[in-house]
Design a protein around this ligand. Sequence first.
Ligand code: NAP
Length: 176
Amino acid sequence: MRLFFALWPPESVAQALAGQADALVRQYGGKATRTETIHLTLAFLGEVDETLLPAAIRAAQVVRGKSFALTIDRLGYWRHNRLLWAGCSSPAEELRILVESLREQLRAVSICCDEKQRFTPHVTLVRKVPDWQGALELAAVEPITWPCRSFLLVCSRLASAGSEYSAVAEFSLANG
Ligand code: NAP
């Protein structure tokens, strides 16, 4: 099974981000992320044997993260995978601590996650942006406040309509 840990936005935040995604598609083309699949990945485990699922859940239960708020206030574009994404100009310190702690607990039970690149918190808004030669002139975005009170372990499957995600477990973050 293909697994990842992620923050999932409340409905109002998902709607606001979906509005941004639609506006970007109108301007640059590409395929908008469906509202119900908008998320921010904390750790990508990839293909994992089902027998490792209990260990992954236990590892996340040990994480003592605090709730926090993210301010989504910038857009980015990665040419190598043709993604347009939304992120934070100043990510909350609690997010960095949560990701480090989660990855440490996963390592402790010998579960690898993709750590080759520096963690760049991002919400993928548009995939398959048509190839762009010049610099992408991205408009400033109206800041969106995303309250984060829990995180999810999610199973990802490829379906005809795109990726389908299902929550496997939810982990609360303590009141900050
Ligand atoms: P996904 O590949 O399962 O990704 C789920 C989440 O994990 C996304 O937030 C993704 O980030 C992140 N992620 C994926 N690979 C990563 C890596 N190596 N390191 C760090 N984070 C990683 O599902 P998806 O994002 O919906 O699909 C992404 C692409 O993979 C699509 O083009 C899809 O067709 C293809 N794909 C999907 C599956 C599947 O079962 N879902 C299988 C094969 C191929 P980003 O949002 O930045 O991508």
